[in-house]
Design a protein around this ligand. Structure first.
Ligand SMILES: Cc1ncc(COP(=O)(O)O)c(C=O)c1O
Length: 420
């Protein structure tokens, strides 16, 4: 199934297995909720991007947008495959450097980077600062002087491209907080070129996330190409946004097709370096979250609820974006789906529903529910709502599981309570 990790299997015990590990045993060993990540799937996606794009356009670099999932365990795997990193905060820079990423391969994004974050990036020798607006250009200029460093920048532009995705994850339409509007690009380029310690290397755009159409990317490539030719720059970044399968009915285009269509726009017209920043499509399908069913509540004729021990704090996407998920009962992996149920979380909001109306194998208290495609924007957007600690995360592969993130303890939760 395309929404499962590449190594997913059903074993003789009728249990879901990932990376050679029985998920029911993982739940017993590490507790639930538990984020499970399949190393092989992450490596396959990284290699897939490099292979597909380099085949059609050799001068391509791929940087992983670590907002999708930023933990040292993940960053080490991704960078070992040759990817750079897209970061968007001091915290992500800190994690990237601690994880051993080459600072030159880091791209620093954000529409309101603080002056301290800019100085931190410059002192660390971060490869590219992606300048989002004219105020930031001035702040960066000041930071280069104060730190006696120089900056290589991409100018983020607002491409004004409509991508068919959720309102909250569209970023490239005219009414967007991100990027320099097209009628201000000329002025921004002139200003950037006057700064002694700043070098304009190229342009960046990002049109949104979870996009299935290839056409908006082609339009974006055309726009960036025209700017590259007009201003004689060396690099263009198309951002990320490539869609993944949350449901089996989700059919994103193949990487090969995306690479082919984008490179057709650029080939023989420019030698500029092409940069891609996939996040969701690197880690999304690698992740599965395991929960324990704590109660089953049947409201006859209305709805049958399965209550699980996590919910909106470990996966806020359903409540934020009405995101849809698929799931399996991990200890009844091959059983036929029966009646419709609704999977509700444990948090104090009626909207804390992970999956509405899904057909699952008959579930009982104590069963392990595996929610699929939770690798991206789950842990990275998780909260401590109701003072519930964030789950542990394990990386699985070759039949063994490595704890890459510890479960937050009660002590962790009160660590910053300054009066205690
Ligand atoms: C500038 C930029 N690059 C890359 C990404 C990654 O997008 P995705 O995870 O959809 O690939 C984002 C996501 O918001 C972004 O804002």
């Amino acid at each position: 199934m395309r929404n499962l990790p590449d190594t997913a299997k059903i074993n003789k015990q009728n249990h879901l297995e990932i990376g050679g590990c029985d998920t029911v045993k993982l739940a017993q060993e590490f507790g639930t909720p538990l984020y499970v990540l399949d190393e092989k799937t992450i490596r396959n996606r990284c290699q897939g991007y490099l292979k597909s794009f380099k085949k059609y356009y050799p001068n391509t670099a791929v940087v992983y947008a670590c907002k999708a999932l930023c933990t040292a365990g993940v960053l080490k795997v991704v960078t070992s495959e040759g990817l750079g990193l897209d970061v968007s905060s001091g915290g992500e820079i800190f994690t990237a450097l601690k994880s051993g990423c080459d600072p030159k391969k880091i791209y620093f994004h954000g529409n309101n980077k603080s002056k301290d974050e800019l100085k931190m990036a410059l002192k660390a020798g971060i490869g590219r600062i992606v300048v989002d607006n004219l105020q930031e250009l001035e702040n960066l200029d000041e930071a280069t002087k104060q730190t006696n460093t120089s900056a290589q920048i991409l100018l983020r532009i607002n491409p004004g491209i409509e991508a068919h995705t959720h309102e909250y994850i569209k970023t490239g339409t005219i009414d967007s907080k991100f990027g320099v509007p097209q009628n201000e690009i000329d002025n921004a380029v002139k200003l950037a070129r006057k700064k002694k310690l700043i070098r304009l290397v190229g342009f960046h755009a990002h049109i949104g996330s979870q996009i299935f159409d290839v056409k908006p990317f082609v339009d974006e490539a055309k726009l960036l190409l025209s700017l590259t030719l007009k201003y004689k720059t060396e690099e263009m970044s198309l951002g990320g946004g490539f869609g993944v399968s949350y449901l089996t009915s989700d059919e994103p285009p193949s990487l090969d097709l995306i690479a082919k269509e984008i490179s057709q726009v650029l080939k023989n017209k420019t030698m500029a370096k092409l940069v891609l920043e996939p996040g969701r499509s690197i880690v999304g399908n690698a992740g599965v979250t395991l929960y324990t069913v704590g109660a089953v509540k049947n409201i006859p004729g209305i709805r049958k609820y399965l209550f699980v021990d996590g919910g909106m704090s470990d996966n806020p996407r359903p409540i934020l974006y009405q995101a849809k998920y698929d799931a399996k009962i991990a200890n009844k992996a091959n059983d036929k789906p029966g009646e419709k149920v609704t999977v509700a979380g444990r948090f104090c909001e009626s909207g804390d529903v992970l999956i509405r109306d899904i057909k699952l194998a008959e579930a009982n208290v104590g069963d392990i529910l595996a929610v699929l495609c939770t690798g991206a924007y789950n842990y990275s957007m998780a909260s401590n709502y109701n003072r519930v600690g964030r789950p542990a995360m394990v990386m699985v592969g070759g039949g063994s599981a490595t704890l890459i993130l510890s479960r937050e303890s009660y002590e962790d939760l009160v660590r910053n309570d300054a009066v205690l």
